[in-house]
Design a protein around this ligand. Sequence first.
Ligand SMILES: Cc1cc2nc3c(=O)[nH]c(=O)nc-3n(C[C@H](O)[C@H](O)[C@H](O)COP(=O)(O)O)c2cc1C
Ligand code: SF4
Length: 370
Amino acid sequence: MSILFSPFNIGPLDLPNRLVRSATAERMADGDGRPLPPLKNLHTELAKGGVGLIITGHMYIHPSGKAHVEMTGVYSDDLLPDLSQLANAVHDENGRIIVQINHGGMNCSRETVDENFAPSAVDQPYVSRPAREITRKEIDNIIQAYANAARRVQDAGFDGVQIHAAHGYLISQFLSPLINHRNDEWGGGITERMRFLKEISKAVRDQVGSDYPVLIKLGMIDGIQGGLTPEESLEVVAALEDMGIDALEISGGFSGGRSLNIRKGIRSQTDEAYFLHLAQRARKVTPLPVILVGGLRSRSVMEQVLIDGHADLISLSRPLISEPDLPNRLRLGLQEKSRCLSSNNCWPETVGEGIACKCPHEKLTDKGKA
Ligand SMILES: Cc1cc2nc3c(=O)[nH]c(=O)nc-3n(C[C@H](O)[C@H](O)[C@H](O)COP(=O)(O)O)c2cc1C
Ligand code: SF4
């Protein structure tokens, strides 16, 4: 049997195989962040398609952190019945699903928030409009909002929660020396810049108890001049176990730097697994299970990453937009690699376009299906 289809555990969470659906913003919620029926259908399809663990697209933990239109919310108890329906739908298909929680900080769009804040005041070129400095009181409130959101995720019946600490959103802004210039206890060296993440992780853990899976997606490199480097992020990785984190998904890239994170033009196996070098370094400083995302397309590359021990789980975003049933197809030997062209035409450039999680090349890729 392929190692890809061997079981794995994240704490109390039993996974039937090593394939994870990486968080992918679905843009299938109404104006209040309430999930719409297509969201349930999408996740039911993913569960039927055989992926071992689904991570939802990022959900906003507070109205001030809504990153874009059509984003799902987890900021209010009013949303609990709809969120529960989503969890139940996946469980009915014997799937596992955890929720990624996020605050957009300076990267919330004009359409969703009246003003933006960041660890320090920020102007061009990193943001579409200036962001003011977040106050100490607001920091406390946002930490509490993360904890409340995690409690809702648990109450709604999901199998765990993932803290989004990548891609230039609020936690990633605190970690970044490019954005965080504070000279109080929330800024300075990496020890101070990771305090926000540390307090969020502790508050989340306090809310959900010791037996509930808490994961993190960590951006280990900003990829822009003056941004977070792997040397500094390794200090964060080393501290995650003490923060109460159960598993680490490794990513990178900052806002506007999607060329690093959602990389185009993956044509050969050497283009795949583009954050592998970070996983190799992270492994040396943490005993936590490692989840690798970024450009994984071929069965042989995925298997080799696991066999070499560089990661425990393989995470896929665009391949599962292209083919939600890819895990079953790999397991049954119907396919050796994803059909995703890494074109990024599934990334909506225009607000309201609403094409996330749909592959415009579907017709093309369907042609060759067995
Ligand atoms: C349409 C789209 C939406 C995404 N939304 C999120 C998200 O909500 N949270 C997140 O951590 N990453 C998000 N990502 C990034 C993916 O999870 C993943 O890290 C990246 O696409 C690289 O993996 P891939 O090569 O398998 O696509 C998104 C990517 C795409 C294409
Ligand atoms: S548009 Fe389709 S083929 Fe292109 S990256 Fe997105 S899922 Fe892959």
